[in-house]
Design a protein around this ligand. Structure first.
Ligand code: SF4
Length: 225
């Protein structure tokens, strides 16, 4: 069965049922990172083609109860139509939240983002080698984009950062928090900072379970030892 046939069958099954007010639209399984904890086991070489995207957007359009759409992946900014998708949903009156590691965000996007999204959740997993190890990538643009956005966006543009902690990056959590605190003191942003353990033993985490923090290590981090 093709992806479109699967989607169509799924939509037929839920037809007439009460829809949620929030959905996540995962437009790609491609990603510039290969996080050791990725619950979806990304990156994978697949993304929504324009027909699948049209079907999904038609469905959202037909459901007025859906007021919030999380634009996600994989890394959504690797999809060639992420800006058009966000623009379409915003014009439709839906609130768009972009979940991103920022790798595909350009300088021009800093001004565009508050126009085509209502909020952004930025993955930042450290300040140096720890972040590179946990994400398998040297491309770490989260802090740079965060700083640019905090200076450029309006007060009601919601900015959240998310940091997953494992053995490889635990030493960079406090330096990261200090950096975020400085940005917050200057700009009042980000609005929300989340530091967490990956919560499911699935996806890539299954083969990287030895990198999971012990309870003692997590408690030490919470105490700031
Ligand atoms: S957790 Fe997110 S950024 Fe990391 S590999 Fe998975 S999709 Fe990519």
């Amino acid at each position: 069965m093709t992806e479109i046939e699967q989607l169509t069958r799924f939509y037929e099954q839920i037809e007439g049922h009460l829809m949620p007010f929030k959905v996540n639209l995962s437009i790609t399984n491609k990603c510039t990172w290969r996080c050791v904890f990725c619950y979806k086991g990304c990156p994978k070489n697949s993304e929504m083609d324009s027909e699948s995207l049209r079907i999904a957007l038609d469905r959202i359009t037909a459901e007025p109860t859906i007021t919030v759409v999380g634009l996600t992946g994989g890394e959504p900014t690797t999809h060639p139509m992420w800006r058009e998708t966000a623009t379409f949903l915003t014009k439709l009156g839906r609130k768009v939240s972009l979940l991103t590691n920022c790798s595909g965000i350009t300088e021009d996007d800093i001004d565009l983002l508050p126009e085509i999204t209502n909020s952004i959740q930025i993955s930042i997993h450290g300040t140096g080698e720890g972040a590179e190890k946990i994400t398998g990538s040297k491309v770490q643009k989260g802090l740079e984009v965060l700083e640019a956005l905090t200076h450029n966006s309006e007060e009601d543009y919601h900015i959240k950062t998310i940091t997953m902690v494992m053995k490889s990056n635990v030493g960079e959590v406090i330096p990261l928090l200090e950096r975020l605190e400085r940005i917050w003191e200057e700009t009042g942003k980000p609005d929300e900072i989340k530091i967490a353990l990956p919560d499911l033993l699935c996806g890539s985490l299954v083969k990287n379970a030895d990198l999971y923090l012990t309870k003692e290590e997590w408690m030490r981090l919470k105490r700031g030892d």
